[in-house]
Design a protein around this ligand. Structure first.
Ligand code: AMP
Length: 208
């Protein structure tokens, strides 16, 4: 199954993707994770992406499209994939369509997780991750257990300023791809307010 997860920053895409990928038996492709790995490794792509990411801006389409299309072409994506954080612009959505068409495949479903703006800043500025397991916690809403707490890290772009910039970009660049997928009959919308378990149940229902 070829699935796209769309939602504002902090909607819970990463959290939901960790169980959804098991359920669907497909790899979880997060362009944010790929770009953070490139920055960490100091590759050319990482050097080009770093500043945009710190400021909460989008990395230019040509760089991200090349990276994502290359990843989707790898053998483990033969039976499908769960895309998280891509496409994020109309140009990316169109490039993805072209790449999939060339491979004789297409997207099966697009899941949109909706969360109102006023909840986003609180969710993101308290967010931390366990670097060993990748598990995402929230310092107030879902604190890490005591043995994990000393090693959790915060993303460089989870500051309030970068978060507001990311939210603006979501509304100006990413939200316009929603009608693109609705017109194709692929869109299913899920309420992202509530506990991770509640949202998981809604996603399952939406997947049928
Ligand atoms: P995420 O982990 O999905 O929140 O992504 C973190 C950051 O990586 C974003 O704020 C962007 O700077 C960059 N990024 C991730 N995916 C994309 C994409 N599809 N297009 C452009 N920039 C991206």
């Amino acid at each position: 199954m070829r699935v796209i997860l769309i939602g504002p920053p902090g909607a819970g895409k990463g959290t939901q993707a960790t169980w959804l990928k098991e359920r669907l038996g497909v790899p979880h492709l997060s362009t944010g994770d790929m770009l953070r790995a490139a920055v960490q490794q100091g590759t050319e792509l990482g050097r080009q992406a770093d500043g945009y990411m710190r400021r909460g801006e989008l990395v230019p389409d040509d760089l991200v499209i090349r990276m994502a299309v290359e990843r989707i072409g790898q053998a483990d994506c033969g039976n499908g994939f769960l895309l998280d954080g891509f496409p994020r612009t109309r140009a990316q959505a169109e490039a993805l369509d072209v790449a999939l068409q060339a491979a004789g495949t297409a997207i099966d479903v697009v899941l949109l997780i909706e969360v109102p703006d006023e909840l986003i800043i609180d969710r993101i500025t308290g967010r931390v991750q366990d670097p060993e397991t990748g598990t995402i916690y929230h310092l107030r809403f879902n604190p890490p257990p005591p043995e994990v707490a000393p090693r959790v890290v915060q993303r460089k772009d989870d500051t309030e300023q970068a978060c507001r910039a990311r939210l603006d970009k979501y509304h100006s660049e990413t939200a316009p791809i929603v009608p693109f997928y609705r017109d194709k009959g692929l869109l299913r919308t899920v309420d992202g307010v509530g506990s991770p378990d509640e949202v998981s149940r809604r996603l399952l229902a939406a997947l049928g």
